[in-house]
Design a protein around this ligand. Structure first.
Ligand code: SF4
Length: 702
């Protein structure tokens, strides 16, 4: 623990970055954060990673938006022009709040009244609080009469959630990551916790140190493999081959739990028939792992007393992402490794509140608590509660909304804290869509790449300036508290949503954040027995809670939350990625994060320490591959796909497989998503960020 002597206030809060949900103490002096330290929260026990500890100063950046902005009549045409070096006042003029809100709401209402609510859409944010997410989706649904509301969960775990809802009736984790300490076997697949969930990774390393078998499966090497009993670097895009081969072994060698299956699971016979075609001896060549290793890993997982599976975007961000997750669910269901401490299924959530934002209904097919919008009884209940007729059909998802703008179907958008100009695949296409909108309202703390396209920009509140609840990857609801005053004329996000709603013809009145939370609880049974006062007193409560207050850290101990209480196996077929390397584009491009930067970089690139450690856009390749291609480490290279080209500094990295290029997606000067394939998984509607065909060359030689 570090010490600081000069401070005038200490605020108990939570980290604004990843889904681990570390509790923090924020020390401030003269309305500036001077230190952030860990608290003894259930997910971090005083620990913090480099982002939580040193990434706080973005909130105090000189680049914060402090006044409402309106696009000037004579501003340059919106589009894909690189506006980073332009003066914002060449594009926007400062406005009063009255004028900005009138313009913001007026534009949205005009489109609604002329073309119908279906011509509008909203992107909320998993960085915001549960209360903001709830209000945002309520505004879009109640105020515009459309379900066109989504957020970046569509880009991270949508396929995992689709498979989990189908298989076990709930998209949330079945056990917290700390349960790794009670496991005999831990599988980590398609996730890099040491980079993306660093404090969670410490629990996994601790488990391995105590003797837990740690199976790490990833086409790229990673830090956690040094601690693994079984490090498996399989070929990118062959997850189903590897996992079906494991299922084959477990069934062939009768290592499954017949009693558990009979009592709790449907679909075993169909799975048995499917995986009969996946013997490890045939799959070894496909996935690049020896047959005997596949057999060893399958036996280790199945025969352990308690096994748990963690996965991340390496599993989900594929056109076969739902199939990948279906295989993981099948592994847990046929071995009975679920519903007990130390067992389960845990998709590691990326953003600090991606779990909570999805729970709160910030998705186009579900109301709060995953109640389908297309079920008449449920819709009638919500219409009664919100007092307005609601859209009977599910809305469009993130990438579908971008396509619908190009088709002229969507004409106006309200975007809060989301940055699709950086985060969407096929970025040129996405930015062209934003440029095409008749009316775009962006609410944010910085003039992001998305805000450059706006008609009205509303300066909002940073995490360190607001009160709200956040739900981490473990289903722990925690309170974030304001440590700083807002700069200039910036306002609270939740108040801006309320004002826009009222200017759009609604009649909302809330007596603060706690009031919003209590309204949420009326339509979210998952928050039963967790009133605001309990959160304030406990700091962290895991949902669901029993009436006596007992928190259910492990769920599915009795039955699954499906219609008949049983789990359902859906066998998966092996399908190739949508775009495979060929003569023209012979390499595989994959994208991801760096330890120091978070998502589109809007926050961490404005955090001085973090940006000093990783200051520029890179493309990483194995040194062997660099030599083979006659390239030079440290030089500027061009990375090209069928969708676009970027330039980046070439980094030698032994963790990157031969034939592969890794590009992190946080650098706006080397935007990875200009390259990525927007093709969607048919179930989760998630794009294939993790695999497409690419080529690389020395920039100066082009
Ligand atoms: Fe923040 Fe995640 Fe790091 Fe914890 S592990 S300090 S929540 S970024």
């Amino acid at each position: 623990t570090r010490t600081v002597t000069e401070f005038d206030r200490v605020t108990d809060s939570v980290c604004p970055f990843c889904g681990v949900g570390c509790q923090t103490k924020v020390y401030t002096k003269d309305n500036k954060i001077v230190l952030v330290d860990g608290r003894d929260g259930p997910a971090n026990e005083n620990r913090l990673c480099v982002k939580g500890r040193f990434g706080y100063d973005y909130a105090m950046s000189k680049e914060r938006l402090t006044k409402p902005l309106i696009r000037r009549e004579d501003a340059p045409k919106r589009g894909d022009a690189d506006m980073r070096f332009m003066d914002p006042l060449d594009i926007f003029r400062e406005a009063t709040w009255e004028e900005a809100m009138e313009r913001a709401a007026g534009g949205l209402v005009s489109i609604r009244d002329t073309h119908g609510g279906g011509a509008l859409a909203g992107f909320g944010s998993a960085k915001g609080s549960n209360e903001e997410a709830y209000l945002f989706q309520k505004f879009i649904r109640q105020g515009f009469g459309t379900n066109n509301v989504d957020h970046c969960t569509r880009l991270c775990h949508a396929s995992s959630v689709a498979a989990l809802l189908e298989g076990v009736g709930s998209g949330a984790v079945s056990a917290p990551f700390m349960d790794a300490l009670q496991s005999d076997c831990v599988i980590v697949i398609g996730a890099r916790p040491a980079t993306n969930h660093p404090v969670a990774a410490t629990y996994l390393k601790q488990a391995a140190k105590r003797g837990t078998k740690l199976i790490v499966m990833d086409p790229r090497g990673q830090d956690l493999m040094r601690h693994a009993s079984h490090p498996l670097r399989f070929k990118a895009g062959t997850d189903v081959a590897l996992l079906n081969a494991m299922l084959h072994v477990i069934i062939e060698e009768k290592l499954y739990d017949a009693q558990y299956i009979q009592a709790n699971v449907d679909g075993f016979e169909a799975l048995k028939a499917k995986v009969a075609d996946f013997p490890p001896e045939s799959m070894a060549e496909v996935c690049g792992i020896e047959a005997e290793t596949i057999r060893d890993v399958a036996r280790t997982y199945a025969t352990a007393e308690r096994s748990i599976i963690f996965w991340g975007m390496g599993v989900s961000q594929h056109t076969h992402g739902t199939d990948n997750s279906r295989c993981l669910i099948a592994l847990a269901l046929i071995t009975g490794h679920v519903g007990r401490p130390g067992t389960g299924l845990h998709p590691l959530r990326g953003q600090n509140n991606v779990q909570g934002a999805s729970d709160a209904g910030l998705i186009p097919m579900m109301y709060p608590d995953y109640r389908p919008v297309e079920t008449p009884d449920i819709r009638a209940e919500m219409e009664d509660f919100w007092g307005r007729p609601l859209d009977p059909k599910k809305g469009l998802t993130v990438v579908e909304i971008i396509d619908a703008i190009h088709e002229g179907e969507i004409r106006g958008m309200y975007i809060m804290g989301e940055n699709p100009a950086m985060s969407d695949p096929d970025q040129i296409h996405a930015r062209a869509a934003l440029a095409k909108l008749e009316h775009l309202v962006v609410q944010d703390i910085f003039l992001t790449e998305t805000a450059w396209h706006a008609d009205v920009v509303l300066p909002a509140s940073a995490h360190a300036e607001k009160l709200g609840t956040y739900s981490n990857t473990n289903r722990q609801v925690q309170i974030g508290r304001p440590a700083l005053d807002m700069p200039g004329e910036a306002r609270q996000d939740w108040e801006l949503i309320v004002e826009l709603a009222n200017r759009s013809g609604l009649d909302w009145s809330y007596d603060g954040v706690a009031d919003v939370y209590e309204e949420m609880r009326q339509v979210m049974p998952s928050l039963d027995y967790i009133p605001w006062e309990r959160l304030e007193a406990s700091e962290s409560v895991t949902y669901p809670s029993k009436p006596d207050g007992e928190e259910q850290w492990v769920v599915f101990d009795d039955r699954f939350p499906t219609a008949d209480g049983r789990g359902r196996i859906v066998p998966a077929d092996l399908r190739a990625p949508d775009e495979v390397p060929d003569d023209e584009f012979p390499m595989i491009l994959t994208t991801g994060r760096l330890l120091e930067h978070w998502h589109t970089g809007a926050m961490t690139r404005r955090a001085e320490v973090l940006d000093a450690i990783e200051p520029e856009g890179i493309a990483a390749m194995n040194p062997r591959e660099i030599a083979r291609q006659g390239l030079k480490e440290g030089s500027t290279v061009s990375v090209e796909t069928r969708r676009g080209t970027i330039e980046a500094v070439l980094r030698a990295d032994r963790e990157v497989a031969d034939g592969m290029i890794f590009v992190p997606f946080c650098f706006n000067e080397s935007p990875a998503n200009r390259l990525t394939n927007p093709m969607l998984d048919p179930y989760g509607k998630i794009p294939e960020f993790k695999f497409c065909a690419a080529r690389i060359s020395a920039a100066s030689m082009r």
